[in-house]
Design a protein around this ligand. Structure first.
Ligand SMILES: Cc1cc2nc3c(=O)[nH]c(=O)nc-3n(C[C@H](O)[C@H](O)[C@H](O)COP(=O)(O)OP(=O)(O)OC[C@H]3O[C@@H](n4cnc5c(N)ncnc54)[C@H](O)[C@@H]3O)c2cc1C
Length: 507
């Protein structure tokens, strides 16, 4: 990236103006304070992607003030909600020298609608916070959550993040958004486009094109509020698993799972792991050299329904030679106690924790970093096996142990694999990131695209979405130029560059 890209004098003047508008408490400039926002999974101590300052608005009006000042001085902003996007760049910006807009002070749960089953949250609301508030409201509603509870509902959902309950496709749970646009104006989407609309967070569409999608994995606005769909607490919850040795069994297991998901016997989002998955006690067991596969999934509902579903699952999956299956039954009201410390059982019940991060530190100690490679394919057993073998053979070629954490949807699968490394070892860390490029080229040549990527790889991933000479990217950048002519918001995010910085693509 060009070191002179950002006019640091203009940035310094903009930060002064922001400090005047928001107060000194809202601005961090010292190197020690800003180090916290470095990507912990890049070379330790590197200043490659440092921000110039961090600003922390506490209200929508303050976000608007920041955006207006950035336009006035034509300086770049990079937004995070809580900045825990570990594995994808953390809080680091795509363009070094940007001003970080950290929204963690906007941390109110604005509403819990116990009749309709949704919450309205600000960007700084973490999974831990939301679940606490839901418990305070009687625990009748569960939130879906990702593996780690310290991130935000909004940051994770906007990245197409995923959880492990019935409503684990997080982007699909967002109903109605409030957004500060790149010119500082405030907009509401869907029904919220009407002043005082009573179904803003109950009905996902509006009158006209659905523009919500423009704010996912994007740089078109700063989201200041969303409606978030919840899941009714079930009477019973069964945490189920299937264990098997050797890759060939993936084919019948995946094909059977597809049928069970499509007919809604299983209606959560299952997880298939190797080296990062559950052991027989249901506890995560991180061993990249393990040859064992572990699939986990959940059943929810009334007692009789869960019992009946389990019998169907046992009949279908139990008939596959070479698999071991099992389940544990919980009451929907079991929140602490029986599930304590059991990561797999907790995440499928929407109970946030940090167990998995501790586990991910096993390979190289507390600083262990990881980079995920995550192509999407159709949920067809033979094809999933082909993808897994292809990815694994590349790991072998690079001399890296293969660890997988695949996420199943009813028709598709994210074939996620994880490269672990020690960020204190600069040479090895850089090699891991370099390995990514040939992997990406080879997987794209087979017709598979990635669902998410680290900031360093966004241009390369965007380049693989190349239908009709990159018509999609050209369309999105046309919109970008129209709504953000000064190119102030999240330049380069997902490979989308504003006109004035387009020459930076690929650098
Ligand atoms: C061990 C481990 C397990 C993980 N498991 C999961 C998992 O199960 N599921 C999963 O999805 N991820 C997982 N992750 C990845 C990641 O940690 C989470 O997705 C995390 O929740 C994201 O952090 P955040 O919520 O603080 O997002 P942030 O860092 O705040 O935001 C992420 C990005 O979204 C955009 N953004 C954020 N807020 C806004 C806003 N208000 N307006 C506009 N754009 C915005 C920005 O581009 C930002 O860089 C895991 C990571 C680790 C290390």
């Amino acid at each position: 990236m060009d070191a002179q890209l950002v006019d640091q004098e203009a940035v310094a003047r903009a930060v002064d103006a922001i400090e005047k508008a928001l107060g000194t408490d809202a601005v961090l400039r010292s190197r020690a304070d800003l180090d916290e926002f470095r990507d912990p999974f890049w070379v330790l101590g590197s200043d490659d992607n440092d921000v110039a300052a961090a600003v922390m608005p506490a209200s929508v009006e303050e976000v608007q003030a920041v955006v207006r000042i950035a336009n006035e001085f034509k300086v770049p902003l990079w937004t995070v909600s809580t900045g825990r996007n570990y594995g994808y760049g953390g809080a680091s910006p795509r363009v070094p020298g940007s001003i970080l807009v950290n929204l963690s002070r906007m941390n109110r749960v604005l509403e819990v609608n116990s009749e309709l089953g949704y919450a309205v949250v600000e960007p700084g609301v973490r999974w831990f916070d939301l679940v606490d508030v839901l418990e305070d409201h009687g625990g009748e509603w569960w939130s879906s959550i990702p593996d780690l509870g310290w991130g935000s509902v909004i940051g994770n959902s906007l990245e197409y993040g995923r959880g492990h309950t019935r409503i684990g496709s997080h982007a699909e749970n967002v109903v109605g958004m409030e957004v500060v646009l790149p010119n500082g104006e405030l907009m509401r989407t869907g029904m919220g486009a009407m002043e005082g609309n009573r179904a803003f967070h109950a009905y996902p569409f509006g009158f006209g094109p659905m523009v919500d999608g423009l704010f996912f994995q994007s740089n078109m606005g700063i989201v200041t509020q969303i409606g978030w769909r919840l899941m009714k607490r079930p009477e019973k919850y069964a945490s189920c698993w299937v264990h098997f040795d050797g890759d060939e069994i993936i084919v019948p297991v995946i094909d059977a799972m597809r049928e069970l998901m499509l007919d809604e016997t299983i209606n959560n989002y299952p997880f298939l792991g190797r080296g990062v998955a559950a052991n027989a006690e249901g506890r995560p067991d991180l061993d990249p050299n393990s040859q064992k596969w572990a699939l986990r999934f959940a059943l929810y509902g009334y007692d009789e329904i869960v019992e009946a579903k389990w019998r169907i699952v046992e009949r279908v999956l139990g008939a596959i030679a070479g698999v071991e299956i099992g389940h544990k039954m919980y009451d929907g009201t079991d929140r602490v106690g029986p599930l304590d410390g059991i990561h797999d059982d907790k995440v499928q019940a929407g109970i946030p924790g940090m167990e998995l991060l501790d586990l991910y530190k096993v390979p190289f100690g507390p600083d262990t970093g990881h980079l995920d490679f995550s192509p999407v394919g159709p949920l067809i057993g033979a094809e999933v096996l082909k993808m897994i073998r292809m990815v694994r053979s590349m790991y072998e070629e690079f001399g890296e142990p293969y660890a997988a954490g695949c996420m199943l949807l009813p028709n598709s699968i994210l074939v996620v694999s994880v490269m672990f490394f020690d960020p204190k070892d600069a040479e090895k860390t850089k090699r891991i990131y370099d390995n990514y490029d040939p992997m990406l080229k080879r997987i794209a040549a087979e017709g598979y695209g990635l669902y998410r990527s680290h900031i360093f790889k966004m241009d390369a991933v965007a380049a693989t979405f190349d239908f009709n000479n990159h018509a999609y990217l050209r369309f999105v950048e046309t919109i970008k130029d129209a709504v953000d002519p000064n190119g102030i918001l999240q330049a380069g995010k997902q490979g989308i560059w504003p006109q004035k910085l387009r020459a930076q693509r690929g650098r």
